[in-house]
Design a protein around this ligand. Structure first.
Ligand SMILES: Nc1ncnc2c1ncn2[C@@H]1O[C@H](COP(=O)(O)OP(=O)(O)OP(=O)(O)O)[C@@H](O)[C@H]1O
Ligand SMILES: [Mg+2]
Length: 238
């Protein structure tokens, strides 16, 4: 069962001489339980791919399907309901809400989905514990280190058992030990049945995945099982 399918997905920005093909003709499926890493140089379209996969932006052409639903058939409210229910997102720039504490940030997607405050709080506390920062529950983002904020952002993506986890360089602000912990968490989520698509620049993080997809200039230039050695292919895309 594929949690995510991209069919011939393209995304253009601008027009005329300023036209940029941020993504061109991407076909990709991520099954339940599968962990896929996305690699490629800066500007190759990695963040664009994740934004489209999470329904935060619409493709110029092609189809994005999550849990069997073609996002192009949904109106705005249907799309945001599907996103809240199925998609956890760790943004490249975190996007924690500054006026909310850690636990409130993590509760928010569950409350928006109608979970009720008490249940949302219980689930958020569990997610914070899962990423090892339950003692930070009542702190505000500006009272935390970058690495702590990163973990809270990851807890927000995992809360409520969402089946599609999209992570854009989730280890960016973390030291290498904490980065490995994050990989272990994402791997465990996939082993428990989630589908995960993660952008990373680091081959040792890609090594936790089942498969690596390489982008260059908005095109998929290669895909490989991580065990066959991303390093050799990486030299090619760098
Ligand atoms: N809103 C936008 N308007 C115009 N161009 C855009 C927009 N968003 C992205 N692009 C362009 O699309 C291309 C892909 O950008 P994207 O952010 O997906 O790259 P990336 O692989 O995530 O890069 P990085 O590793 O630096 O995060 C780039 O050429 C970028 O300049
Ligand atoms: Mg990016």
């Amino acid at each position: 069962m594929n949690v995510l399918e991209l069919h011939a997905v393209s995304r253009d920005h601008g027009a005329g001489a300023g036209l940029v093909h941020a993504l061109a003709g991407i076909g990709l499926s991520v099954a339940a339980g599968e962990f896929v890493a996305v690699m490629g140089p800066s500007g190759s379209g990695k963040s664009t791919l994740l934004t489209l996969a999470g329904g935060l932006d619409a493709p110029t052409s092609g189809r994005v399907v999550i849990e069997g639903t073609d996002l192009g058939t949904l109106g705005r409210s249907g799309l945001s309901a599907l996103r809240r229910r199925h998609v956890g997102y760790v943004f490249q720039d975190l996007n924690l809400i500054p006026g909310l504490t850690a636990i409130e940030n993590v509760m928010l997607p569950r409350e928006l989905d109608g979970a009720g405050t008490r249940r949302a709080r219980r689930e958020a506390a569990l997610a914070l514990r899962e990423v090892g920062v339950d003692e930070l529950a009542d702190q505000f983002p500006d009272e935390m280190s970058g690495g702590q904020q990163q973990r809270v952002a990851i807890a927000r993506a995992l809360v409520g058992d969402r089946r599609l986890v999209l992570a854009d360089e989730p280890t960016g602000a973390l030291d290498s030990n904490t980065g490995e912990d994050v990989m272990r968490l994402l791997r465990a989520r996939c082993d428990a049945g989630a589908a995960c698509l993660m952008v990373t620049h680091e081959s040792r993080h890609a090594a936790w995945s089942d498969r690596v997809v390489f982008l260059r200039d908005g095109r998929m230039v290669d895909t490989t099982g991580s065990r066959s050695g991303p390093e050799t292919l990486l030299q090619d895309v760098r």
